[in-house]
Write a protein that binds this ligand. Sequence first.
Ligand SMILES: NC(=O)c1ccc[n+]([C@@H]2O[C@H](COP(=O)([O-])OP(=O)(O)OC[C@H]3O[C@@H](n4cnc5c(N)ncnc54)[C@H](OP(=O)(O)O)[C@@H]3O)[C@@H](O)[C@H]2O)c1
Length: 250
Amino acid sequence: MDIAGSTALVTGASSGIGRAVAIGLAKAGAQVVGLGRDRRALRSLAETGGVTVRHVNFESAGELQRFVEQSLPELPPVDILVNCAGSGRYGPLAEHSTEDIDRLLDVNVRVPILLTKAVLPGMRQRGCGRVVNVASIAGRLGVPNETVYSASKGALAVFSRALDAELAGTGVGVTVAIPGVVRTAFFERRGAPYDRRWPRPLPPARVARAIVRAIGRDQSEVVIPGWLRIPIWMQATLPSLYGRLERWFG
Ligand SMILES: NC(=O)c1ccc[n+]([C@@H]2O[C@H](COP(=O)([O-])OP(=O)(O)OC[C@H]3O[C@@H](n4cnc5c(N)ncnc54)[C@H](OP(=O)(O)O)[C@@H]3O)[C@@H](O)[C@H]2O)c1
């Protein structure tokens, strides 16, 4: 995929990984439209150059629908969609309210699926395009106290895999990005800071570089950092050993 000269739509561009991806794609020559809620953060992103910004709150079904039906058709055709907006919630399942569960499933699963569905016809017609869904290692391994978040990211990853296979031969592809721990506002926002000494959180720019590279190479999956493939492999192949290690190391 040629990033230079393309148009990229990036959700969650106001913060963390999404902001770094928006800047990375703009540096690679894309015309970037960044979406988010925090108006001050969006203004600061726009000042970096190469990114125009739009305010959309995905928790409002009306705002999402207005964006898809009114704003999206006014944009240049989207060649790259990066679904990065996401929300977490830490704590036992019993402490998740119905609203928490709805929010996680809406923002992390329903919104990326609806946005993908909205840009796909244009991509297919032009015979070229890439959707990147930012899932999580939690969605691969399943993390205690993040049950609904893990389920939402697992669903997004499976959706990506299935759609990528469905689109084979069309020139349009889907990348699922599986980051480990990244130094962003995510942890404060989910209701619990990251307090482990290891693995050390990665800077969002490192994750963004891997995502931009994966787009350029038409990769279907990118795991960041790459060594996280070891626990993924171990859980799939040796689940009881993985379970014991998980209990020992947390
Ligand atoms: N940090 C990690 O360790 C980690 C690891 C694996 C995967 N991830 C995933 O990476 C993605 C980005 O997270 P991050 O770490 O960069 O966290 P972050 O800094 O908190 O960024 C989250 C982004 O999502 C946007 N967002 C959340 N709810 C939204 C809503 N209802 N409507 C519109 N935008 C909304 C936020 O917008 P505003 O700021 O404008 O509200 C923000 O731009 C998420 O999908 C997350 O699940 C993160």
